[in-house]
Design a protein around this ligand. Structure first.
Ligand SMILES: Cc1cc2nc3c(=O)[nH]c(=O)nc-3n(C[C@H](O)[C@H](O)[C@H](O)COP(=O)(O)OP(=O)(O)OC[C@H]3O[C@@H](n4cnc5c(N)ncnc54)[C@H](O)[C@@H]3O)c2cc1C
Ligand SMILES: NC(=O)c1ccc[n+]([C@@H]2O[C@H](COP(=O)([O-])OP(=O)(O)OC[C@H]3O[C@@H](n4cnc5c(N)ncnc54)[C@H](OP(=O)(O)O)[C@@H]3O)[C@@H](O)[C@H]2O)c1
Length: 384
């Protein structure tokens, strides 16, 4: 990564302008996944595999609700994390995580709340490692506004918010473009988080912002974040196998654009999965175009909800074990991006099975083969 890139960091972000922001999923989809393009200053540089960090700010309506519930005007003066004096309104809007409630916020609140706070005994019963699961159950699906509404009066001084609330942190998004194709922009593929819990409609802070308030022309603080552990092979002839369901497609769009623009000779194989082909086939035209032009040697899709039983990317791998193993033997690099909780583990299991199948060996021996691939940096993950 160039030195220019590091000019802007999470503590010194670049104010970027939104150039493109549209919904890729169809109106019938259960998801809202957006393609976003942000402008970069000359000299800002990223490599496929990197991420862009976006610093979100809290929604005006949420900020107002919190201030109102706390009984503060917002004009009060407080010291931020660097001891700079700012208004409480600015602190709540730009510095403090008033979204998703955390266990440590509840514990800090229980500690400082006056005895008159309703339900204080309950909050105190959540303190201590032995009550961790009870506390986790309480915070699940709740935000700070729920805590101060259900147990009002706990905060008596504006500055106490800095003790109770965590710092507002940037959200990371895998970059879905190559600068070989789009030199002055960075693209991302964002699923807008929306859900309903405890009788309220909720939305993810940053993805909600991108989905609701970030029209073309809006500005937002961003920085580029290098990920040396997710890189195309240095050998441009080496084959790559990419498994990226959902937003996991993002870095692979970048990889493919890069290899296409530079005319790399290595073969490319993509496994993409989503719920339904008609509504959720992200970047369909581009991918099918790359398939036609030969950049994408194979494109296998798994639309989980287009039939009675679920079909996932690993099922498509299983249908192609023979060729998959052949590519591995040719020195292919294998990449996974997307869901860390279940998908990545299941895909790894399928990969081990493909190796065991190809070598006619036990899963233990196949695991040794995978360990060797890891050592050679031929097995890389970008999961979240
Ligand atoms: C390296 C990396 C790369 C990433 N790349 C991408 C990417 O390419 N595209 C992408 O879309 N995201 C990506 N993410 C995820 C992204 O960074 C954010 O975490 C995501 O957009 C949510 O942030 P938010 O601010 O919108 O939501 P937040 O305000 O942070 O809220 C999210 C939280 O809401 C809660 N929540 C969500 N759904 C529910 C529910 N149904 N019920 C109860 N609680 C719920 C969960 O606690 C969840 O953690 C990546 C993350 C990492 C670490
Ligand atoms: N922190 C956050 O709040 C946040 C915000 C955005 C995205 N994310 C995460 O980003 C990742 C991508 O989300 P996404 O909505 O784009 O896609 P996704 O949830 O990963 O779904 C994409 C496809 O993968 C399928 N799938 C489900 N389980 C699978 C498994 N075990 N193995 C293989 N495929 C599986 C889904 O099928 P079915 O749905 O039909 O089962 C769907 O067809 C997920 O980890 C998601 O939680 C997190």
């Amino acid at each position: 990564m160039s030195t220019e890139t590091q000019k802007y960091t999470r503590n010194n972000p670049y104010t970027s302008t939104m150039l493109v922001n549209y919904v890729m999923t169809d109106a019938d989809s259960e998801k809202e996944t957006r393609h976003i393009e942000l402008e970069l200053e000359e000299g800002m540089h990223y490599t496929p595999g990197d991420a862009v960090g976006i610093l979100p700010t809290n929604r005006d309506s949420e900020v107002e609700a919190v201030l109102k519930q706390l009984g503060f005007s917002g004009q009060e003066r407080v010291l931020d994390h660097y001891k700079n004096e700012i208004s409480l309104e600015e602190a709540v809007r730009t510095r403090l995580a008033i979204g998703k409630l955390t266990r440590s916020s509840v514990l800090a609140y229980a500690k400082i709340a006056p005895e008159s706070t309703p339900g204080l005994d309950f909050l105190k019963s959540l303190v201590g490692a032995e009550n961790k699961s009870k506390a986790e159950e309480y915070v699940w699906g709740r935000e700070f506004i729920d805590l101060i509404t259900e147990h009002p009066g706990g905060i008596t001084e504006p500055q106490q918010l800095f003790t109770v609330l965590a710092r507002l942190t940037p959200r990371m998004y895998s970059i879905s473009s190559s600068q070989e194709k789009s030199s002055n922009t960075v693209h991302t593929t964002v699923r807008v988080v929306r859900y309903h819990t405890h009788n309220r409609e909720r939305q993810g802070l940053c993805s909600g912002h991108l989905g609701e308030r970030a029209d073309v022309g809006a500005t937002m603080p961003i920085f580029l974040h290098a990920n040396q552990n997710f890189r195309l092979p240095e050998n441009t002839d080496a084959p790559v196998i990419m498994v990226g369901p959902g937003t996991g497609i993002a870095p692979f769009r970048a990889f493919l654009q890069h290899r296409e623009a530079l005319g790399h000779k290595g073969k490319n194989w993509l496994f993409f999965g989503e719920q339904r082909m008609a509504s959720d086939f992200l970047y369909r035209e581009e991918l099918e175009g790359m398939q036609k032009s030969g950049v994408l040697t194979h494109l296998h899709t798994a639309f989980s909800r287009d039939q009675a039983h679920k079909i996932y990317v690993q099922d498509k791998m299983r249908e192609n074990f023979g060729e998959l193993y052949k590519w591995l033997e040719e020195g292919a690099y294998f990449y996974i991006c997307g869901d860390a909780n279940r998908m990545a583990k299941d895909v790894e299991t399928a990969l081990i099975d493909a190796i065991a199948d190809g070598r006619n060996c036990s899963p233990e021996h196949a695991l040794e083969y995978l360990q060797e691939m890891k050592k050679q940096k031929r097995y890389q993950l970008d999961v979240y």
